[in-house]
Design a protein. Structure first.
Length: 245
């Protein structure tokens, strides 16, 4: 059984089908990239997977359960985590505090009023583990707003890791990054793929072909190809519509 499956997923905005009859399977333990030109429906599709939008027609199944009408928070509790195109960290809080707040959602008893959350061993260990994995330990007391753009994106992914999702939905995680920051993030995403299934919307084709096990190409809301990276590179329709020659 696939981890996630869409069946004829369609989303209309007025008369425009932003996502049109998309049937797709996301397998466990893979990085599945969604690519396509601007306006192809990539972010809308990700919003349908996360529950930010509900489809006009079609169905969505996660671990065998029909989650088509589930809210984003219910999907998050079931194991679907989501990042966005623009950083969503708490800029006035430190790196450590951002990660701790995310980790506390997995340990509800740690939201007590009368002692520091750092005194809860489970929370503290989880935060320390993520800071180490993302090389953020040296910056743990730095305000998130003072981090570089690349570091903020790493922190956002760390916050996503803290809620321990089975499926991670990442919307253009390398957007606005320098080449060195992008290379750092590629290494982080490789590590994530060892424990999480990842759906990646990404405009940087070097990143896509470096990381993805499978690639789906959207054009005008419809799937024109889906397959292994070598298959997508060789697909004439994809080259004509998006990759070029």
């Amino acid at each position: 059984m696939s981890l996630l499956e869409t069946q004829s997923l369609t989303m209309y905005f007025g008369l425009l089908a932003a996502v049109n009859d998309v049937s797709l399977r996301i397998e466990r333990d893979e990085i599945h990239a969604i690519i396509g030109p601007n306006g192809a429906g990539k972010t809308t599709f990700l919003n349908l997977l996360s529950g930010e939008l509900h489809p006009t027609t079609g169905s969505l199944y996660f671990q065998g359960h029909d989650v088509t009408r589930w809210s984003p928070d219910r999907r998050a509790r079931a194991g679907i985590g989501r990042s966005f195109q623009h950083s969503s960290v708490f800029e006035d809080l430190s790196v450590h505090e951002n990660l701790r707040l995310a980790a506390q959602t997995q340990f509800p008893g740690s939201f007590g009023f009368f002692q520091s959350a750092d005194r809860y061993d489970d929370v503290h260990e989880r935060v320390a583990e993520i800071q180490s994995a993302l090389s953020l330990t040296a910056s743990e007391n730095t305000r998130a707003g003072e981090l570089s753009h690349g570091e903020q994106r790493q922190l956002e992914i760390g916050m996503l890791m803290a809620i321990s999702p089975t499926l991670m939905l990442l919307d253009e995680p390398t957007s606005g990054m320098s080449r060195n920051e992008t290379l750092d993030l590629i290494n982080i995403l490789r590590q994530l793929a060892a424990k999480h299934t990842v759906v990646l919307v990404e405009h940087d084709m070097d990143v896509v072909f470096e990381l993805a096990n499978r690639i789906t190409v959207l054009v005008n809301g419809s799937v024109i190809a889906s397959g292994a990276p070598d298959e997508i590179r060789a697909d004439k329709a994809v080259r004509t519509a998006y990759l070029g020659h």
